[in-house]
Ligand binder design. Structure first.
Ligand code: ADP
Ligand code: AMP
Length: 217
């Protein structure tokens, strides 16, 4: 299964991706996680990406596309993958399509997580992440079992630098201008399936499974 998770920042893509990737045994590829790992390792990519992430802007298309192509060329992606946070522009979507076409492949489903705008702000400012495995928590809606510790790797969880009030606003603007046009792009391809992202995390996962059932073999 080749799946894209689409939706505004804070929709719950990363949260659902962990469950979906486990359920269907496909790798979860989050470009945001890849950039954050490079920033924490201070690699040349991390140094370049940091200025964009800190401002809530998109990392340039060519840089991002090359990273994703490299990752999708790895063996574990042969039978499927779950993209989270990519593509984010029509240019990225076109590059992904050409890359997959060249390998006789295509996206099976774009799962759009729809969330009312008024929920997003609280979700993002209360988000905490594990810098090691990328797991996403929320101080109120999804706290870890042990205070401030990742359930999976027991690392200290942290607040993302770009989850502050002013950056969240900028990121929502970027989403509306640059990423939302992808909804029509994938509608035209007939591969989009929308689910409601409000409600309990597990409820959203059930909706995701129902939608993905249509492409499960
Ligand atoms: P995205 O990857 O789309 O930016 P996340 O999965 O990181 O979003 O979720 C954003 C925040 O909202 C996190 O703090 C997460 O724990 C929380 N969250 C995710 N899904 C739900 C939900 N269904 N209800 C309440 N909070 C949620
Ligand atoms: P995310 O973890 O998906 O919220 O992404 C965090 C940040 O990483 C974004 O605000 C961008 O700065 C950068 N980023 C992630 N994915 C992409 C992408 N596909 N294109 C450009 N920038 C991206």
């Amino acid at each position: 299964m080749k799946i894209i998770l689409l939706g505004p920042p804070g929709a719950g893509k990363g949260t659902q991706a962990k469950f979906i990737s486990e359920e269907y045994s496909i790798p979860h590829i989050s470009t945001g996680d890849i950039f954050r790992k490079n920033i924490s390792d201070k690699t040349p990519l991390g140094i370049e990406a940091k200025e964009y992430l800190d401002k809530g802007q998109l990392v340039p298309d060519e840089v991002t596309i090359n990273i994703v192509k490299d990752r999708l060329s790895e063996d574990d992606c042969e039978s499927g993958f779950l993209l989270d946070g990519f593509p984010r522009t029509v240019y990225q979507a076109e590059a992904l399509d050409s890359f997959l076409n060249a390998n006789d492949n295509k996206i099976d489903m774009v799962l759009l997580i729809d969330v009312p705008r008024e929920l997003i702000f609280d979700r993002m400012t209360g988000r905490r992440i594990c810098p090691s495995c990328g797991a996403s928590y929320h101080v109120k809606f999804n706290p870890p079992k042990l205070k401030d510790k990742c359930d999976i790797c027991n690392n200290d969880i942290i607040q993302r630098k770009d989850d502050t009030e002013s950056t969240v606003k900028d990121r929502l603007d970027v989403y509306e201008k640059q990423t939302e046009p992808l909804i029509n792009y994938y509608k035209e391809q007939g591969v989009i399936s929308a689910i409601e992202g409000s409600g309990e995390i597990n409820q959203v996962f059930q909706r995701a499974k129902n939608a993905l059932g249509a492409i499960c073999k």
